[in-house]
Design a protein around this ligand. Structure first.
Ligand SMILES: C[S@@+](CC[C@H](N)C(=O)[O-])C[C@H]1O[C@@H](n2cnc3c(N)ncnc32)[C@H](O)[C@@H]1O
Length: 325
């Protein structure tokens, strides 16, 4: 069971402190779906006429609704689904949700079995989204379910992930790496399978889509800031963040936040591995000297981060778009 489904996981801090997605990126996904994208691939001529319609949108692993709510105005009906009861409860208690609104519904379901979603029929969904969650799914089953439920020819899939928050400050980036991955006393060994399978999963799911006869026009776009800096310099990275595009015109998923040290620590508190760390160390009270978040905060302060300073943080990201044959 993913940590997000456990009672000890604080769903409301997930809602408050996780990053949201830029409207520019939602526009990109909708343009792709509508088949009305300026950044047309060379194979575009072959898909002319297959314009996606906007009847039904299905958001998998919806969490607290980071994609479900902003995309729902663009579709006649949006269904948000997640295996975690507490995530679904949080969505239903959101001010954006109205019980009698038939255009926005939530239900409990895993991406590997969509047949449990009330009233959902095969070949009926216009757009399936899955944000920051596909690494929890079983890739073949997920791809098989998406192919089954998307509308033939006009249905599309969009999934995306954000990976590490990057400061572009070597000292602060190193402290993040220490507490999150490198030092086994902290989160290093405590990542759920979902996270540790992350890279393998990305390769496997993209391979399945690219080799599948069920999908075409598969687009995979990565924003790897440290590689970009290494290859083209920090100015190229800063321009990419500012314009939301690489120098070759390729549109990026740019997720950024300006955070004080307090807010950064609150964001870190949403990491599933941190939840596991507290469970593993019942003897350590939150906020005491041995608490790893207190230690991390001390390191960040010693590296020069004063609480009133606001730091610009940009996440590495990846998105994948595909159309159903
Ligand atoms: C990091 S949250 C992402 C939530 C939201 N989509 C976002 O963009 O912030 C991951 C979500 O995936 C859900 N999840 C875990 N395993 C899943 C599965 N097999 N099928 C569907 N969702 C799953 C979790 O319950 C959790 O709500």
């Amino acid at each position: 069971m993913a940590t997000y489904s456990k009672k000890s996981y604080n769903v409301s801090s997930y809602k408050d402190f996780r990053p949201t997605y830029p409207s520019k990126f939602f526009e990109k996904v909708l343009r792709y779906h509508d088949n009305d994208d300026d950044a047309k691939p060379s194979s575009y001529a072959s898909i002319e006429g297959f314009n996606g319609t906007r009847e039904l949108h299905l958001d998998l692993g919806c969490g607290t609704g980071q994609v479900t709510f902003p995309l729902s105005p663009f579709f006649k009906t949006t269904l948000g689904t997640d295996p975690s009861q507490s995530m679904i409860d949080q969505c239903k208690s959101s001010p954006e949700y109205k019980v009698d609104d038939d255009g926005l519904r939530f239900s409990i379901a895993s991406a590997e079995d969509l047949s449990v979603i009330p009233g959902l029929k095969p070949s009926s969904v216009d757009l399936i989204t899955a944000a920051e969650c596909v690494h929890w799914f079983d890739p073949p089953k997920f791809v098989e379910q998406v192919a089954k439920y998307l509308k033939p020819q006009t249905g599309s899939l969009a999934y995306w992930l954000y990976v590490e928050p990057i400061f572009c400050d070597p000292k602060l980036d190193a402290i993040y790496q220490k507490y999150v991955y490198q030092d086994d006393r902290y989160m290093g060994l405590l990542w759920d399978e979902g996270k540790s399978e992350f890279r393998k999963w990305l390769k496997q799911s993209v391979d399945i889509l690219e080799n599948s006869k069920e999908f075409y026009d598969v687009q995979v776009v990565k924003f790897d800031q440290l590689s970009l800096i290494e290859n083209e310099g920090v100015e190229s990275r800063d321009l990419a963040v500012k314009n939301g595009k690489l120098s070759n015109g390729c549109e990026l998923l740019v997720i950024e936040k300006h955070l004080s040290l307090d807010d950064y620590i609150l964001y870190m508190s949403t990491y599933s591995a941190l939840n596991k760390w507290y469970t593993k160390h019942p003897e350590i009270s939150k906020g005491r000297n041995e608490d790893m978040m207190v230690l991390m905060r001390k390191d960040l302060e010693e590296a020069g981060w004063k609480n009133n300073d606001v730091k610009h943080i940009v996440w590495d990201s990846l998105y994948v778009l595909a159309r159903k044959v």
